[in-house]
Design a protein around this ligand. Structure first.
Ligand SMILES: [Cu+2]
Length: 165
């Protein structure tokens, strides 16, 4: 497995196991990266990577992941704080980041053709919003979602974790 360590601001390790089920396949990804209470600009690069299927004879499989990992990093944000994430598109399809279930301004909601233009290959988009509610939520692309999520572009279910003060 390629453990691609990104420029992501890692402040502590997640206790989550790093496994995610995708359409009956179980991927053993990297343990979730947790970014605690940080208002720095974080970077999520949608890009190819590798992961191991579960099993003693598992072989690496090609995936798309955030920072090359599936699932992508856990983003832990204190309720009421701002989350800033730069998405960089390193795959060959347009993509976005949708913040599933988080009550944010439409312009940050990542629905191409409705709330923003899709982020073309090689381009970036800066997401910036305040997390109003405590909860365990997740992020994923909202362009060609059935393919992009299935290939590994998602965080843990749940993933982004605003929590109470
Ligand atoms: Cu969703």
């Amino acid at each position: 497995m390629t453990n691609k360590i990104s420029s992501f601001a890692i402040t502590r390790r997640s206790i989550l196991g790093g496994a995610a089920s995708l359409g009956g396949l179980t991927l053993i990804g990297n343990a979730g990266r947790v970014v605690a209470n940080s208002t720095a600009m974080h970077k999520l690069v949608a890009e190819p990577g590798t992961a191991l299927l579960r099993g003693k004879d598992a072989l690496p499989v090609k995936i798309w992941g955030y920072n090359g990992m599936a699932p992508g990093p856990v983003l832990r944000v204190r309720q009421g704080n701002e989350l800033r994430v730069q998405l960089q598109n390193g795959i060959h399809q347009p993509t976005t980041l949708h913040w599933h279930g988080i009550r944010i301004a439409n312009a940050m909601d990542g629905v191409p053709g409705l709330t923003q233009e899709a982020v073309e290959p090689g381009k970036t988009f800066d997401y910036r919003f305040t997390c109003p509610d405590a909860g365990m939520l997740w992020y994923h692309p909202h362009r060609f979602s059935s393919e992009q999520v299935a290939r590994g572009l998602h965080d843990h279910h749940p993933g982004a974790v605003p929590h109470p003060n």
